[in-house]
Design a protein around this ligand. Structure first.
Ligand code: FAD
Ligand code: FES
Length: 252
């Protein structure tokens, strides 16, 4: 069942990304997601970017539903159901967090909860998310941009690898484009560092019934979206293929 909520604040984060805050007094763990219903349009999965009594979702414009969600203004209503999925296991290990693009959204509740070093990856300086807020929680923040407009000129995995080689990290926690996560996973495997990665698949029910989010034998909505190294090793589709809305396997 969905709950109606009201947009409290609408905060532009970058040229194509907006955070909407709303009051919703339901416990959500860092890394869990909601199904967000945009009246009259569609229901789409969104990570929760603030998990206190005041919640937020951080929305990047992808298509019709995410654009309409972004356009909501303070006082407008939408509906949420959840929370769904397993979230991150926040233990006491020395952690490197790696966020690519809007993948920073589910990582903000992690950074507010544990001490960690952080790599933020973006295509360009005007797409870097949450740098200022994250600097309140993290001693070490490194930025990578694909076009070199800020920080390290290259991708987030290359930068994370250089930190891993000097930082003595006991785990890596990440979210971002799957191709980034795939190469990050390989980098962690080479160094024997366990990781927890949040994956995306096309979702409809979010409660494990419809099968649209299958990744090998796993249903990303209930068995994920966060997968640890042991389970990622068992997923040959990870980084290679995903299912489209009709259920067909397509190459990533
Ligand atoms: C667990 C999870 C958490 C997510 N968290 C965020 C987030 O915090 N912020 C954010 O901006 N985006 C997030 N996404 C992605 C977001 O759900 C899609 O961008 C959104 O559904 C696109 O819908 P659209 O109608 O705007 O675009 P469309 O034009 O319909 O699609 C654009 C792209 O999004 C994919 N997509 C469309 N519908 C879904 C769906 N129901 N499930 C998964 N992918 C879909 C399409 O396959 C396509 O690649 C998350 C996805 C998942 C699975
Ligand atoms: S979205 Fe239906 S089983 Fe996962």
């Amino acid at each position: 069942m969905s709950d109606a909520v009201v947009v409290k604040e609408r905060r532009p984060e970058s040229k194509d990304t907006v955070t909407l805050t709303f009051d919703w007094d339901v416990h959500v763990a860092p890394g869990q997601f909601l199904m967000v219903w945009i009246p009259g349009l569609d229901e789409i999965p969104m990570s929760v970017s603030s998990v206190g009594p005041e919640k937020s979702v951080t929305v990047r414009k992808a298509g019709e539903a995410s654009s309409a969600l972004q356009d909501l203004q303070p006082g407008d209503r939408f509906a949420v159901r959840g929370p769904y999925g397993n979230g991150y296991n926040l233990n006491g290990l020395k952690t490197l967090v790696v966020g690519g693009g809007v993948g920073m959204a589910p990582l903000m509740p992690v950074l507010r909860t544990i001490y960690a070093d952080l790599v933020i990856g973006a295509r360009s300086s005007d797409e870097i998310l949450f740098e200022e807020e994250a600097s309140r929680y993290c001693n070490v923040i490194r930025i990578s941009t694909d076009d070199g407009s800020q920080g390290f000129h290259g991708n987030a995995v290359q930068l994370a690898e250089s930190l891993m080689d000097e930082g003595g990290y006991e785990q890596v926690i990440a979210c971002g484009p799957e191709i980034m996560l795939y190469y990050l996973f390989q980098a962690c495997e080479r160094r024997g560092i366990p990781c927890q990665l949040s994956l995306e698949r096309y979702m409809k029910c979010a409660v494990g019934i419809c099968g649209s989010c299958m990744l090998g034998k796993e249903r990303v909505c209930v068995d994920g979206p966060v997968f640890d190294s042991g389970r990622l090793r068992m997923l040959p589709e990870f980084g290679r293929s995903k299912r489209d809305p009709a259920g067909r396997l397509i190459r990533i």
